[in-house]
Design a protein around this ligand. Sequence first.
Ligand code: FAD
Ligand code: SF4
Length: 457
Amino acid sequence: MKERSAMERTRDFNEVPLGYTPEEAIEEAKRCIQCQNPLCVKGCPVEVQIPAFIKLLAEGKFAEAAQKIKETNGLPAVCGRVCPQEEQCELKCILGVKGEPVAIGTLERFVADWERENVRLQPSPPVPLSHRARGRIAVVGSGPAGLTCAGDLARLGYQVTIFESLHVTGGVLAYGIPEFRLPKKIVELEVEYIKSLGVEVKTDMLVGNVYTIEELLLEYKAVFVGSGAGLPKFMGIPGENLEGVYSANEYLFRVNMMKGWQFPEQLTPVKIGKRVAVVGGGNVAMDSARVSLRLGAEEVCILYRRTEEEMPARIEEIKRAVEEGIVFNILTLPVAYHANKEGWVAEAECLQMELGAPDASGRRRPVEIPNSNFKLPVDTVIVAIGNSPNPLIPLRTPSLRTEKWGGVIVTPECLSSIPGVYAGGDIVRGAATVISAMGDGKVAAKAIHQRLSSQQV
Ligand code: FAD
Ligand code: SF4
């Protein structure tokens, strides 16, 4: 897939990859050998019928290919852009054994974009439900977990209401992932599609404050909690509360929600200096670094305590960050931040690390090199070392069992410790991926339907 040059794209917030042309998409689709036992489908948490949609695409039947994807995935233009296909469907593709796997993600993106720009498919009417199963379902959170659960239940004929605390829908898709990776118009239109299935969305509704889960259970037959992991982690080192030290969450939220890059046309600026250091090695760190460059920073570096090989960010996002000129200070651990006279961060004090034996995650453990302290001049620091589950709902729902680290405990069917209350996505897994959240939403929708259609309810 072609993309804009690093020089051109760092001057604006427009999308980086350009997508396939119809001819390129058909050519790539023809590489699929239509396996009898398609391993790619097993690698997809929402079980998109990959060979079937690729066959239709190869025949030039773009609308039919879109229909096929939408049978199982209500957010294809999102997934085609941000899913780590290299670890999922494409990793399993048989062609990858000896060469390049089929570019399933890029094909999904092409089909979804073509459909949005050309036909806008209308959903088919839901299957009529039995009298016993009919009922209203509440979904908390409009991120990928909540949207998928809501969409699947609406397709089955339930009346579903999503309660979203923010004024916008989409969760991290809207407030976290930057415009140049996931245009917000696309998120809005995919949410519109879910709404067109019959899902009602109530924004500005902070569950836990406006209603408790117990109160929702009085009115709804089941509740799905997909409230995500929006609580930023900090390292607890000296100077982390200085002016100029942001959590990546706050930083990206300000940029995405308040359109800080369009100041003064938009009212809220995002203050950053010339030298920005981003702590972390995941997608959130890459996004924060690349946003900083686009906001005008002159030197942007990543501080990461392991090496590039262990970074959890998607390989293509690491590659793009490097192309754009972001400096990777690997084997580097910040231990303190120091202020200038005005109280703003001015230096990041770091330790040099080396790799030791593998830890529980299988990655080699970073080990401090004694007395290796050095100082980096910085004007802004963005801490992107992970997020914990949002704590409000567990706090206000004493009978909801959680792990020590805050994740809601669920069965493989996504059922929590409270009968009728299901949970999935980042509130269960901790910060994970869009597609795993969607997969949980699907599992929960199926379990809710089974429960409500069974004789016991
Ligand atoms: P969320 O998307 O967090 O949605 C939860 C929703 O619940 C939010 O809208 C929130 O406002 C709402 N909510 C919270 N509490 C309440 C409450 N009490 N009442 C009502 N509503 C509530 N994943 C990938 O697969 N690929 C990527 O490239 C990628 N990049 C990322 C980049 C960034 C910057 C970030 C932050 C994450 C990224 N992720 C990526 C991770 C991915 O976005 C998340 O794993 C996914 O969004 C989780 O979905 P979710 O539905 O569980 O939660
Ligand atoms: Fe096509 Fe690869 Fe899936 Fe086989 S595994 S059906 S070649 S995409």
